[in-house]
Every structure is written in C-alpha cells, then in structure tokens.
Design a protein around this ligand. Structure first.
Ligand SMILES: [Fe+2]
Ligand SMILES: [Fe+2]
Length: 149
C-alpha cells in the first residue's frame, strides 16, 4: 500500500503535467484542450474532496496547535479559489487566449498551494499522524478513486 502522501503527491504531478500540456497546446487544438481540461477538473475534484473530508481533518485533529489550524484554513481558501477558476474555465471558449491566460493563473495558484502542502503540511503530518491512520487514509482514498473512475 502506498503512503497517502505519495498518492497525493502523485495527483499533484498529474495535474501539473496536464496543465503544462494545456499551456503548451495551440489555440486550434480544441479537442486536446477539452480532454486535458476535463482531466484537470476531475482530478482536482476528487483530490480536494478527499483532502477536505479526510486528510485535513485528520491533520488538524492530530496537530492541535494554532499553526495547523491556520494552514488548513489557508488551504481551504486556496481550494475554493481553484474551484472558482475551474468553473469559469469550464464556460470559456477553449480556443481563446483568455482561456490559456486563466489556465496559467490557475497553475500559478496551484503551484503555491502544492508547495505549501508538500513542503510544510505533509512533513508535519508525517510526524503527527500515526502509520495506522496514514494507511487507513490511503485505503480510503484508493476506494474513493476506484468509485469515481
Ligand atoms: Fe493536494
Ligand atoms: Fe490541496
């Protein structure tokens, strides 16, 4: 069983790669852009749902200090921003420059968020959350993913 942190990190990489491919695509590549956008949206939906419902609450419960609370609060705000951007992108003309400009904005915002998670939250969680809990989360997430796909 992979560790939950590895699973989440793998998602980050998947989303990052899809966003890079989107940004590199030409305005004429409508179908490619639609497919890549759907991939980003689906990945982020399940990823943020799991983090919000399982990972963050576990992290916050085990780390009762104010810092952990603040980190989760920031992370939730960043998820909300990403979801708003995804909703806007969904309605946009995928062949437009505006679409790619906003994808770039989403990418920059997510890079910041991913950095906070991977370099601050995950190392703290590795310390605070027991191996059993981490394993249980990994199982839960694998189940969630199976059901979603
Ligand atoms: Fe994440
Ligand atoms: Fe997140």
């Amino acid at each position: 069983m992979p560790q939950i942190y590895d699973m989440l990190q793998k998602d980050h990489e998947t989303v990052r790669t899809a966003l890079d491919r989107l940004i590199a695509s030409g305005n004429g590549a409508k179908k490619t852009r639609e497919d890549l956008f759907d991939k980003v949206k689906t990945e982020l939906e399940i990823h943020t749902k799991f983090e919000e419902e399982v990972f963050y609450p576990t992290f916050r419960a085990d780390k009762k200090d104010k810092e952990a609370k603040e980190e989760v609060k920031d992370a939730l705000g960043e998820h909300k921003d990403a979801k708003q951007m995804l909703a806007k992108l969904e309605k946009m003309d995928k062949t437009s420059d505006e679409f790619i400009e906003m994808v770039k904005e989403l990418k920059a915002s997510l890079e910041h968020h991913i950095h906070d998670e991977e370099d601050e939250m995950f190392p703290q969680a590795r310390e605070a959350v027991s191996d059993e809990e981490s394993e249980e989360m990994a199982k839960k997430y694998a189940d969630m993913k199976k059901k979603a796909h």
